[in-house]
Design a protein around this ligand. Structure first.
Ligand SMILES: CC(C)(COP(=O)(O)OP(=O)(O)OC[C@H]1O[C@@H](n2cnc3c(N)ncnc32)[C@H](O)[C@@H]1OP(=O)(O)O)[C@@H](O)C(=O)NCCC(=O)NCCS
Length: 211
């Protein structure tokens, strides 16, 4: 069966470079991780990703149950870092809020802070929340004593690549994620066709490098 390979960039940033603290837009607040928020992360992730290219590349992101499963997997990872895992909420009325952004951080076995699936719900984009979440996760990695942050982004997700570059991330490697024909038929974008490559297993989890 033919497969489509999506080109993804592994990007890295030096955490030792001093950065300005993130600024929270008015009406929004950051919410730190606690175990009771796992479903809020999953639902926010689903809302942020379900109409996006990454839901084609990683079909679990286009499905609420898939997002719940993914969140449980991230939480169970030995390197899960609560201080790099955040939600953004919009205060809609006193005591009431809507979830609008999510990010998780995991320390890999080499001591690199891996950013997992930053997502901002449509309607709350372009206000700086995506940048804020990435900076917040980087801050958590820094407080944990890490020197390097890393992430993976689908090459055609130009706005996300631009955001990461603005925050100091630079391309370190190119990796490929294989998607079978069924998922490919749902793809709205262009995909790089390659052969003899390995693949990324799950969002933010690169297996293969291809210089
Ligand atoms: C990628 C994503 C997280 C960005 O979220 P966001 O909240 O829109 O990000 P930001 O607002 O920080 O930055 C987006 C743009 O808004 C601009 N912006 C930032 N602060 C702003 C402000 N206060 N007012 C107006 N615009 C602002 C930024 O300049 C940026 O534009 P640029 O990158 O062209 O310079 C969001 O589009 C998303 O969830 N996409 C779907 C999921 C996804 O693909 N995630 C990435 C996986 S690797």
């Amino acid at each position: 069966m033919a497969s489509t390979y999506f080109k993804r960039f592994r990007m890295e940033a030096d955490l030792l470079i001093p950065r300005r603290p993130p600024v929270l837009p008015e009406g929004y607040r950051l919410v730190a991780w606690n175990e009771a928020l796992i479903d809020a992360h999953a639902r926010t992730k689903f809302q942020a990703f379900c109409e996006e290219i990454d839901a084609v590349v990683f079909p679990c992101l286009g499905d609420l149950e898939g997002c719940r499963r993914l969140m449980r997997e991230i939480r169970k990872k030995p390197g899960f870092l609560a201080d790099a895992t955040w939600l953004v909420a919009r205060v809609v009325a006193p005591g009431q809020h809507a979830w609008c952004g999510t990010i998780q951080g995991v320390v890999d076995r080499f001591g690199t802070g891996m950013i997992q699936n930053v997502g901002v719900v449509p309607g709350h984009r372009g206000l700086g929340l995506g940048s804020l979440l990435v900076q917040q996760a980087m801050g958590g990695f820094g407080r944990a004593g890490l020197r390097k942050a890393s992430l993976e982004v689908t090459a055609e997700n130009a706005s996300a690549v631009k955001l990461y570059r603005r925050l100091g991330f630079r391309r370190a490697r190119t990796v490929y994620k294989v998607v079978d024909d069924t998922a490919r038929a749902a793809s709205r974008g262009t995909a790089a066709r390659t052969s003899n490559t390995s693949q990324s297993a799950s969002p933010g989890d690169a297996i293969l490098s291809h210089s």
